[in-house]
Design a binder for this molecule. Structure first.
Ligand code: FAD
Ligand code: SIN
Length: 519
């Protein structure tokens, strides 16, 4: 048993930002961060394009950024949240600078601003094409300077502790008291008791085999919150990034940042035809949902497996300076961007929905907060505007910190039960986990992809039901193992994506169903 004041699940931008703020403000209180991989492994680490912030008052304005966000979200954003997040952006960015994160400057010494799809102005601050890596570096450095933070890497949060785990509890209200956490190195399960718990566990990209996300993105926090009966919304809005490097084997895919299109790269089919102007007047810089759906349509028309991003006309010196990582990765894949077009295809990238939170980051469960990609704040609506995600995490981490600074949380004055694994054994059939994972990813790719239909979604629910029963059975009889828990979580998350897709009756942003063409 470990007792703490604040438990943070996840060490990406959302979790680390909150941890740093609360630990600095209350040096006598304890903060524990658990994270299931190496301490820096997260979607944050791979963020390329940057953070969308209004800094250039001459060309840009809050109003323009607000408008771009609302248009991308296709009428489903919460306008008051959009305004709050965008107006707070510059202050939160200043804090990042104070904590030592470096961002590129232009020759005049101003912040170098990039442009991405759906943005009407240049407003994306960045550190070359490895912005997330730089933010993660700076935040972890701060974390290690604060003695009241304990960071436990390779610790996997299995489930939230709520009334469901308390014997003889007949409370109607479900509250959160911490989490059961697996030490992945020793196999021991810790009861981590906390007055306040923050889920900052990131996205769900791995539910689809073909994704820009690293292996940690298995939707654990959303699944835990769902099992604890928290409100979850907008799960049908999966964002597919239009330009992941084509990888014949599927699986993980390296991202070619949207900022490359902002720099002037053009999308072509294999005949060399530039097709995006046929779909949207903003062409390559239309919002992500439109570019991904257009590529999908081109691939269906031609039967090709991928399209191409043409950078051959661009200033190569400027390209190498802005995108050194992308340039190197292409070379490693035998693509010389000066001469060759880059083969690209859409891949699952970001979840716009998630655990419902209010402006203080409160979920529907008392003492449970959530921040970052695992949440549904109302900022993104049906489709996130590029580079609004790091911004959202920074702003909400601050709001959650502010809430905790101004409100006390009751101490827990009863004993939490230890994890009970009576009657379970070490599973002998690991093949079942691997087989079901591959089946799940194929199901989500083929039945719940960029273009959906009622028939495919209904079939998907039936297939999933079968997998759910098999995996629940295995889970109940097995000693806890990370891969099995992740599979169970991904099945929960897939269920939410499919069932909420079936509930939607019109096409919006990232949700496109061929049966709703006339709605
Ligand atoms: P993450 O950074 O994903 O962190 C989640 C953490 O939770 C990880 O540490 C993980 O290990 C941990 N965790 C998960 N489950 C458990 C568990 N069960 N137990 C313990 N720990 C757990 N957004 C932008 O705004 N601009 C960009 O330029 C940009 N580029 C991107 C490029 C790529 C390739 C990708 C994948 C995403 C990009 N995004 C970008 C999106 C953005 O990076 C993420 O949405 C954001 O970083 C999410 O931060 P987070 O802290 O919520 O989650
Ligand atoms: C990118 O660099 O294209 C990713 C930006 C984002 O996901 O916001």
């Amino acid at each position: 048993m470990i007792k703490t004041n604040y438990l943070v699940i996840g060490s990406g931008v959302a979790g680390l930002t909150f941890a740093v703020k609360i630990a600095e403000k209350f040096p006598k209180r304890k903060v524990v961060i658990v994270t299931k991989g190496d301490e820096d492994e997260s979607n944050t680490k791979y963020a390329q394009g940057g953070v969308a912030i209004v800094l250039d008052a001459k060309e840009d304005s809050f109003q323009k950024h607000i408008q771009d966000t609302l248009i991308a979200g296709d009428d489903l954003c919460d306008a008051s949240v959009v305004e709050m997040v965008i107006k707070e952006g510059p202050q939160r960015f200043k804090e990042l600078l104070d904590w030592g994160a470096n961002f590129d400057l232009d020759p005049e010494g101003n912040f170098d601003l990039g442009k991405e799809g759906g943005h009407s102005e240049y407003r994306v601050v960045h550190h070359k094409d490895i912005t997330g890596f730089e933010i993660e570096r700076a935040l972890l450095k701060k974390v290690h300077q604060l003695p009241n933070i304990t960071l436990l890497s390779h610790h996997f949060a299995i489930d939230l502790i709520t009334e469901h785990h308390l014997e003889n509890s007949n409370s109607e209200v479900i509250s959160c008291y911490g989490a059961y956490v697996l030490n992945q190195k020793t196999g021991k399960i810790i009861t981590l008791q906390s007055e306040s718990t923050l889920l900052a566990s990131g996205g769900i990209g791995r539910v689809y085999g073909h994704t820009t996300n690293p292996i940690i993105a298995t939707g654990d926090g959303i699944a835990m919150a769902y099992r604890a009966k928290a409100q979850i919304m907008d799960m049908e809005f999966i964002q597919f990034h239009p330009t992941a490097l084509y990888n014949r084997e599927g699986g993980s895919s390296f991202l070619i940042s949207e900022a490359v299109r902002g720099f002037g790269a053009l999308l072509r089919n294999k005949e060399g035809y530039r097709f995006m102007p046929d779909y949207d007047e903003r062409a390559e810089l239309a919002s992500r949902d439109i570019v991904s759906q257009s590529i999908d349509n081109e691939l269906k028309k031609t039967g090709d497996t991928h399209v191409f991003l043409d950078c051959t006309h661009l200033d190569i010196k400027g390209f190498k300076k802005h995108f050194p990582n992308i340039y190197e990765e292409c070379l490693e894949n035998h693509i010389d961007i000066e001469k060759d077009w880059i083969p690209v295809v859409p891949a699952s990238h970001y979840l716009c929905g998630g655990i419902v939170v209010n402006k203080d980051g409160k979920t529907s469960i008392p003492n449970l907060f959530a921040c970052g990609e695992c949440t549904r704040t109302g900022l993104h609506g049906a489709n996130r505007l590029a580079s609004n995600s790091l911004l959202e995490a920074l702003v909400y981490a601050h709001n959650i910190f502010k809430y905790h600074s101004e409100n006390s949380i009751s101490p827990i004055n009863f004993t939490l039960p230890e994890w009970n694994d009576e009657g379970t054994s070490i599973p002998k059939e690991h093949i079942l986990v691997q087989h079901n994972l591959l089946q799940l990813q194929a199901l989500m790719r083929d039945y719940v992809g960029i273009v959906r239909s009622k028939d495919r979604l209904t079939k998907a629910i039936d297939h999933l039901d079968f997998m759910y029963k098999e995996v629940e059975d295995l889970y109940k009889n097995s000693k806890v193992a990370t891969s099995l828990c992740e599979l169970r979580n991904m099945i929960n998350v897939s269920h939410l994506i499919i069932s909420q897709s079936l509930e939607r009756k019109d096409n919006k942003g990232g949700y496109f169903n061929i049966d709703h063409l006339n709605n």
